[in-house]
Design a protein around this ligand. Structure first.
Ligand code: NI
Length: 164
């Protein structure tokens, strides 16, 4: 396992749409292990998408269990080809991203979601969640579609702040 380099804006890779994963190969498993190590190497990192380590594959990892924010947590979630199949409500929260190291921003997202995905062992799964965990999943799926949270703020002038 290895800690991978995380790319940051303005890397053009972060604007690309990631491709669906077909078969889960040894290479895929190794990438997922390395992504997990990379998350653990960054304090307070709650999610990572494969594109952030330079691989345009639809893989995300979310783990809000160690966050200090109030939240419900499903533990560490390895999601391959995740698709949001249902969402409702709205919630606003402050987001940060390893690929946007200098800024944080206020983003409005869906409060509750249902997401279908393939887990690391190749099983098809579905998860209903809400609040912070749901926000993190939406943030990471955005990366797979070439978006960062700066693309989601209402105003770059009033909703984005320099990190202290
Ligand atoms: Ni991010």
């Amino acid at each position: 396992m290895a800690v991978l380099n995380v790319i940051a804006i303005p890397s053009p890779l972060l604007k690309q749409v990631s491709l669906p994963v077909g078969k889960i190969s040894d290479e895929t498993r190794s990438l997922i292990d390395d992504m997990r190590q990379t998350m653990l190497a960054h304090k307070s990192c709650v999610g990572l998408a494969a594109v952030q380590v330079g691989v345009l594959a639809r893989i995300i990892i979310v783990d809000v269990s160690l966050s200090e924010k109030p939240h419900r947590s499903s533990g560490v979630l390895y999601m391959i080809n995740p698709v949001i199949t249902y969402s409702s409500g709205k919630t606003s929260s402050r987001e940060g991203c390893l690929s946007v190291p200098d800024f944080i921003g206020n983003v409005i997202r869906k409060k509750k979601i249902e997401v279908e995905y393939i887990d690391a062992s190749g099983q098809k799964r579905s998860l209903k969640t809400e609040g912070f965990e749901a926000v993190c999943i939406q943030h990471e799926i955005d990366h797979l579609d070439g978006k960062v949270f700066l693309d989601r703020v209402t105003s770059l002038k009033t909703d984005v702040f320099r990190r202290q």
